[in-house]
Design a protein around this ligand. Sequence first.
Ligand code: AMP
Length: 473
Amino acid sequence: MTNTVPEINIPTGAAESSATTAVITFADFGLDPKIQKAVSEQGYNTPTPIQAQAIPHVLAGSDLMGAAQTGTGKTAAFVLPIIQKILRHASSSASPARHPIRALVLTPTRELAVQVAENAASYSKHTDLRAAVVYGGVDMKEQVATLRGGVEILIATPGRLLDHIGSKVANLSQVEILVLDEADRMLDMGFLPDLQRIIDLIPAQRQTLLFSATFSPEIKKLAQSYLRTPVTVEVARQNAAADTVKQVVHMVASADKQRAIVKVLEARTRQGLSRQCIIFTNSRLGCAKLSRALERDGIKAGAIHGDKSQGERTLTLDAFKSGAIEALVATDVAARGLDIPSMPCVINHELPYNAEDFIHRIGRTGRAGSKGDAIALVDASEKRLLDDIEKLMKRKLDVQPLPEGSPSLSPASSRSTSRSESPAKMSDPFFYKPYEPSAAPQSSSVTNSEEKKVGITPARPAVGALLGGFKKK
Ligand code: AMP
């Protein structure tokens, strides 16, 4: 780690590479002064590694596959060059015909769509370009009005976009740049047919950018179908995890997991550590139940899952960010794409069915060089899942008893602490060095811009505003 390590959520490996590579600045990209001004107002001093790598390629017109997760600055990595490329179409005319959709960003979740749209609105605020977001689960009326008025940059979840296309409110015939953001998650969520239908409506003569946390065979197939000789940029390996994260497994019977969480949080309080944590669960029902049960145990908890309305999710997230909620109980899909600041602690109430999701979950802590704890509560029935995770991470996880003061819990499993590796390995509970620097220039001297985001306030009136377009100033 270098002392230029930013407070922004950059994967550790990416930040590490900054010591050996030249620092490049936003000025090096030759962005229009209107964009440059917006970037400065965001408080961004230096491009993040994914920005340093991707922006020149996007500006040059290449198709691109970017391996990067939320928290790496990937949104600006595609939004900034997109604005630059379509700026020539910017028009102050009020006529909708002068504002066709030029860039389309598809995202798996409404949260991610909203975040991308907020970024697009901020970065384009000194231009005449318009950005808007459409997603399902809310009334269509306001979105229809915005689309009818004309927008150049549209951020959308696939299903709702198809609804608008079906009712002839959205027309993709003038799209020049298509972004598939978190493409792996879109495939996981079964959006492939929707994606195919949408992409078929976009001119073949376009630039396509695909961002994904992993490059699974399915993603590669998608890229083969829709991208032309793409450049690949990568800021962290798919099975990377920050080496500042201390991982521990507690073997706990399912019935005792909620009490175990209380004990873990009590122990953290005794040690003077923050109680702020994200607790991951596998189901919406389990998520809601656990949140309520923790509340009954005196822990300020809130749930975020797919059955919650957009307004409820926003309120919960804001309460969590302000500290009014200390335990955010979440499902993978709901947590995906959320710009949650680095967490001191991530707790797996149960292990995910997909080992890669475990990496995403624990990636919520230990960001940008800060220390974090990743705690997994594992029942005997989850042994196979634990094996899969250990295989993916190429290491055994350290099994420890629950912290002092734990109530006597039911016998959890046959898997005792003695399964741990040699004492030498035990004293080094961290990962292998995960990052392989690429040849491309990188830098990571950035500042935390969380509070500097334009248009995002804790008491977000934006929920209403976000249903439609973003008006300039
Ligand atoms: P993203 O991965 O796009 O969700 O971005 C994660 C966070 O980093 C967001 O809060 C961005 O506003 C912030 N960010 C993006 N680029 C930079 C930069 N170059 N310097 C500082 N913060 C940035």
